[in-house]
Design a protein around this ligand. Structure first.
Ligand SMILES: [Zn+2]
Ligand SMILES: [Zn+2]
Length: 245
């Protein structure tokens, strides 16, 4: 299978190992918190399914969460590609730099280890889990089951998003990942190439890419980008010049 993008290896593969200990420790802690929160939510949803005898809601919940994760991956990606600069204080280092570096060096993500690739997303997922813990009413009905069940699917899919993105660039992937790619159940190299081969202004979703089919067709991100630029010109500077790195 032809991969999404190939470039010569330019970075030191020992970069992961050289990262500060406090960052690596934080990433491990975030992964553990994510695992505990997902375990708690999974247990509660399982009990609710049994109590309501609502096994038929499993599939809709998985689908809703999977689509939501794909959309959210595109939303964050679009924002990172479209606004601010790498040298913008705080947000430039924390968020923007990763997206711009990925355009310059698409294989950089392949050289990063599992924890570095996947821990970042866990922070956003944990915030979503807090929504469930503190805001979602403690109801026991079907709607609450659908929301909580979707949150599990959303969390797991978003957790896997960077890994799916990494596999879309990798020369070799595990057999199960190749099968998932072939069946379009996760981001495929062919589909992701639409983003890297253009002006980085479409096909932002990187969980499965399913949402790109709709969002690209209606030019969703181009339209909201125009709206955001019109409304917030002073507070969200755009990426000056071409999107091409
Ligand atoms: Zn990519
Ligand atoms: Zn991009």
């Amino acid at each position: 299978m032809q991969r999404a993008y190939r470039t010569p290896r330019t970075r030191n593969q020992k970069a992961d190992a050289a990262r500060p200990l406090w960052i690596k420790s934080t990433e491990v802690a975030v992964l553990i918190i994510f695992g505990l929160m997902m375990g708690r939510l999974g247990w509660n949803v399982g009990l609710q399914i049994v109590r309501l005898n609502a096994w038929w809601m499993v599939l809709p919940s998985i689908l809703c969460g999977y689509l939501a994760a794909d959309f959210f991956s595109g939303l964050v990606h679009w924002f990172g590609d479209s606004f601010y600069r790498e040298d913008t204080p705080l947000i430039g280092t924390l968020l923007i730099k990763n997206f711009r570096e990925h355009h310059r060096d698409p294989l950089g993500i392949v050289r990063h280890g599992f924890i570095e690739v996947n821990a970042n997303n866990c922070i956003g997922i944990i915030l979503s889990m807090l929504f469930e813990v503190w805001i979602l009413p403690d109801a026991a009905g079907y709607i609450s089951l659908l929301v909580r069940g979707s949150l599990i699917s959303y969390g797991l899919a978003l957790f896997g998003t960077n890994q799916f993105h990494k596999w879309a660039h990798a020369e070799h992937v595990p057999a199960v990942a190749a099968w998932l790619q072939r069946n379009r159940l996760i981001l495929s190299p062919e589909h992701h190439r639409l983003h890297h081969s253009g002006r980085y202004d479409r096909s932002y979703c990187t969980t499965t890419g399913w949402m790109n089919l709709v969002l690209d067709r209606i030019q969703f991100f181009q339209r909201i980008e125009w709206g955001v630029r019109s409304l917030t010109r002073l507070v969200i500077p755009s990426w000056s010049g071409s999107r091409r790195a």
